[in-house]
Design a protein around this ligand. Structure first.
Ligand code: NDP
Ligand code: HSE
Length: 590
């Protein structure tokens, strides 16, 4: 990335810790990725500290005993840390699939130092600059918990030691939160699994937390947090509330149930099938209606466990709480989006064509019927460009937004730059699930124009008439122009740009531009998207995976989860996380 384009202000930082209690099988890495993405899309950087899969550490201790027969702690520590190393690598892979820019770092790559008993050591230092530097390219750093390095090799931090890793990282990196994600949504007066009347605490003093949490949070971690003034949050996956452990008065609270939601999914293509996978992985949260498709038998053959229908009434039966429109097109899909809101459902869609055409009307229907309307995936795939625009303060007035915003065109141009044939590159983008049902929508710049219109709404509060957005077609790009660009060491990209004209109206265009290879957009490979947001005080740069099943499904699913939290009454419809760090900072200061 060209450093000229990097934002100057330090981003907010969260340390999230995922213990073995939320890691029962490899399927849980996708759940953890959802939780991390929820923070990333509010503009936070995340250090994800991860434990081994449930049972793995015990197995490794037993294995060590079996082979080593009362081996010394140093040898055992070297073995048992492997559970965390493996877990961190697996989480890195899950985040990569979801399109979240991630770096996985082992302790020696961060100079994470420890001292003490090899099986019950303490952390003593971290190369802060080394860790923070990795955030120039990544939104998430995954670190294995539970161990650190000494002169004589790796040592572990005792049972529950990943809690201590998280607290120490939060301290050394001056993070805005240290959130320990457990299989319960906070600290209770009693074990809530055994005592249904147990009360969850909203907040606890450190000393009380040590007495009440009965090992839920590692004792050493609480002591370290108290000593260093780190506020600990104890929370469950997908919740916006927590028990806060700080210098505070104890405050009990009733437990809050997650409301189970009925979901109608319309469309089971590249995106819809991924979203259904995510919904079905959360059977306690969602009931899924038969999925609307044109040809149920085709889909049933590959997904025997899932119900399909070609009848909209069946797909929309039982008054769904959320309608998730993933069909594409502006005819039938547009009608269904409007009727969903009118009939009292919340609406999540990835359909930029419908949003670009109909946003004002859909917004007003949502307002009139007090429903949520969310469409994060419509622009940027898994790249949270709309969220970023929404979080800018009035001081940060946007002057222009430009970007590579069509994954298919970027994939094709990248392939052409590498010498591929145009027809082969288009066919490959279709096979990978990046292209629209009619790929000329991508090639002719219509898809980018739709996205620009939506961006303009979020940046300038205006939706330009789509007919006023000139666009240059990739189909009309002569091969000689690509060749000439290559010879001049330039790379051609499809760029969408919008800004305010002298008359205060949005000016937008989609063009094919030859860029120097040092330009931030030139390094975007395959289906990547990238955006430069020029504000009055600085220019921000954002990139990510702009198309494809998993990044897009991640974004759609995040919208669904946001709505579920909002419906449970513990978060506003838009992401609630942004406010919390300030609250924590104030607490730390007091
Ligand atoms: P696909 O073409 O892969 O899937 C569309 C699905 O909708 C199919 O299952 C199809 O059924 C169903 N469908 C379409 N029309 C009808 C109809 N009239 N009646 C019933 N079912 C219908 O599309 P994608 O999954 O790629 O895209 C879905 C939406 O997400 C689009 O709006 C797209 O712009 C947007 N999007 C896509 C991204 C991507 O990377 N693919 C990224 C971001 C947004 P059947 O299979 O039976 O034909
Ligand atoms: N066809 C679109 C693209 C999908 O390639 O960018 C993501 O919006």
């Amino acid at each position: 990335m060209n450093k000229l384009y990097l934002a100057s202000k330090a981003p907010r930082l969260s340390v999230l810790k995922f213990g073995s209690s939320v890691l029962h099988s490899t399927a849980d890495y996708a759940r953890i990725a959802h939780e991390i993405y929820r923070h990333v899309r509010t503009g936070e950087k995340v250090v994800a500290v991860v434990s081994a899969l449930d049972g793995e550490t015990d197995n490794l201790f037993a294995l060590g005993e079996d082979v080593g027969h009362h081996a010394d702690g140093v040898g055992i520590a070297r073995l048992v840390r492997c559970g965390e190393l493996k877990s961190a690598a697996l989480l890195g892979l899950a985040l990569e699939r979801a399109g979240v820019p991630t770096a996985v770092l082992d302790p020696h790559e961060m100079d994470l130092r420890a001292e003490g008993d090899p099986l019950d050591a303490n952390l003593t230092g971290l190369d802060r600059a080394k860790v923070l530097a990795r955030f120039e390219q990544a939104d998430v750093i995954v670190a294995p918990g539970f161990f650190g390095d000494t002169e004589v090799g790796p040592v572990t931090l005792g049972r529950g030691g990943t809690d201590l890793t998280a607290v120490m990282f939060a301290h050394w990196l001056d993070a805005d939160r240290a959130r320990l994600i457990k299989d319960v949504d906070g600290v209770y007066t009693d074990d809530p699994a055994k005592s249904p009347d147990a009360l969850r605490f909203d907040q606890l003093d450190y000393q009380e937390a040590r007495e009440v949490s009965r090992g839920l949070v590692q004792d050493k971690a609480i002591l370290a947090a108290e000593d260093l003034g780190v506020v600990i949050e104890v929370a469950a996956l997908g919740r916006s509330y927590e028990t806060r452990i700080a210098k505070v008065e104890r405050a009990p609270a009733q437990t809050r149930e997650v409301q189970r939601l009925r979901i109608a999914v319309l469309g089971h293509g590249a995106v819809g099938a991924g979203v259904c996978d995510y919904l079905e992985a959360h059977p306690n949260r969602f009931d899924l209606n038969p999925v609307l498709v044109r040809d149920p038998s085709k889909h049933g053959a590959n997904h025997a466990e899932r119900a399909f229908t070609a009848t909209p009434e069946e797909a929309l039966a039982h008054q769904p709480d959320i309608v998730v429109e993933l069909m594409g097109g502006t005819g039938f899909a547009r009608c269904l989006c409007q009727s969903a809101l009118r009939d009292g459902s919340d609406l999540v869609t990835a359909n930029k064509a419908v949003i670009a055409l109909d946003l004002a009307r859909l917004d007003s229907l949502a307002h009139e019927h007090k429903r949520h309307l969310r469409y994060s995936a419509a622009v940027g795939g898994g790249t949270p460009i709309l969220e970023l625009l929404d979080t800018l303060t009035p001081r940060e007035t946007v002057r222009s937004v430009e970007g590579v915003m069509n994954g298919t065109c970027n994939y094709i141009l990248d392939a052409l730059d590498g010498g591929a044939l145009f027809a082969d590159a288009v066919a490959q983008a279709q096979a990978l699930g990046f292209a629209e049902a009619d790929p000329s929508t991508d090639l002719d710049g219509d898809d980018a124009a739709d996205k620009l219109a939506i961006i303009a709404h979020h940046a300038f509060g205006q939706i330009p008439d789509l007919r006023d957005i000139p666009r240059e077609s990739l189909s009309a790009l002569p091969p000689e122009r690509i060749e000439a660009a290559r010879e001049a060491d330039l790379v051609i990209k499809q760029i969408g740009r919008c800004s305010l004209g002298p008359d205060g109206k949005v000016e937008a265009r989609v063009e094919l531009r030859a860029l120097p290879r040092m330009h931030a957009f030139a390094s975007l490979r395959n289906e990547a998207n990238g955006f430069l947001i020029e504000c009055s005080d600085r220019t921000r740069y954002l990139k990510g995976k702009g198309a494809g099943r998993w990044p897009t499904a991640e974004s759609v699913f995040a919208d669904i989860m946001d709505i579920q939290r909002a419906r449970a009454g513990n978060a506003p419809a838009r992401q609630d996380l942004a406010d919390d760090p300030m609250r924590l900072k104030q607490d730390l200061a007091s």
